[in-house]
Design a protein around this ligand. Structure first.
Ligand SMILES: [Zn+2]
Length: 254
């Protein structure tokens, strides 16, 4: 079975820049996982590797500084003129399309230092770079689709063309772009794995909610130490750290 590693948004702004995770409510440090991901890249046999980059124009709808430039929808409980970081507002775009949006500091603006991948992250030969969040009026957390699932990136097509059946996801943020990528990967029919210790997130409560949902959806939540075993056992149940499969079944010991 062919396996791909998808490395989500390991960009300067999320690791040490304007939206550094260590300044977010969970105070997790994204820089800690650069070496974990490098080990995964170097020590495991991947059939395919993709990296994603949040890649926003400066007038992007997710930036708190741009909130008042967009029209507020009648459903919004937050006034866009007073909206703050992490608040969810509802905008009305393109003649009335309702668009929910969490507001973030300005981050990952195209062609800036903040949008570049961390300097120490290894870039695998033959890998692809998937850019997302390019549309000013529409955010895109998942590596596969924008948040309204209107537009698709090239990732699914590339994975299918390469015969990939299993997708392993790592990077930042666990409860945002990683969670959306995992959800879509599973929905698209890929056997999907979250590499837990190769991820960092924004809110502790949300991180734990997302992982619970992933497990219920049949996503395998494993550690980087278990990746090698998962790659060689090829489709057999993978034990997680608590001794049960992520779908709640006891591991098959036969
Ligand atoms: Zn973004």
């Amino acid at each position: 079975m062919k396996s791909a590693l998808v490395v989500v948004d390991m960009q300067n702004d999320f690791l040490s820049g304007s939206l550094a995770l260590k300044e977010c409510p969970a105070h997790e440090n994204g820089e800690e996982i650069v070496e974990v991901i490098n080990s995964l890249l170097e020590n495991s046999e991947w059939d395919f590797i993709a990296y994603t980059q949040d890649w926003h124009p400066s007038d992007h709808i997710s930036f708190v500084t741009n909130a008042k430039k967009f029209k507020q929808h009648v459903d919004s409980t937050v006034n866009v003129d007073e909206a703050e970081v992490y608040q969810k507002v509802v905008f009305s775009v393109d003649n009335g399309i309702r668009r929910e949006q969490v507001l973030w500091p300005v981050h990952c603006v195209q062609d800036t230092w903040g949008a570049q991948l961390h300097k120490d992250l290894h870039i695998a030969k033959g890998s692809v770079m998937i850019k997302k969040g390019i549309n000013s009026k529409l955010d895109s957390y998942s590596a596969f689709y924008d948040n309204d699932e209107v537009h698709e990136t090239d990732l699914r097509g590339i994975l299918k063309t390469n015969g990939i059946q299993r997708v392993f996801v790592c990077g930042v943020a666990t409860d945002v772009c990683v969670a959306y990528t995992v959800k879509d990967s599973k929905k698209l029919g890929f056997e999907t794995y979250l590499i837990e210790d190769a991820c960092r997130g924004v809110h502790h409560g949300e991180i734990s909610k997302c992982k619970t949902k992933m497990r219920l959806d049949g996503v395998h939540c494993i550690t980087s130490q278990e990746v090698q075993l998962a790659l060689v056992t090829d489709g057999k149940p993978i034990r997680n750290v608590k001794g049960v499969n992520c779908n709640g079944e006891r591991p098959n010991t036969n």
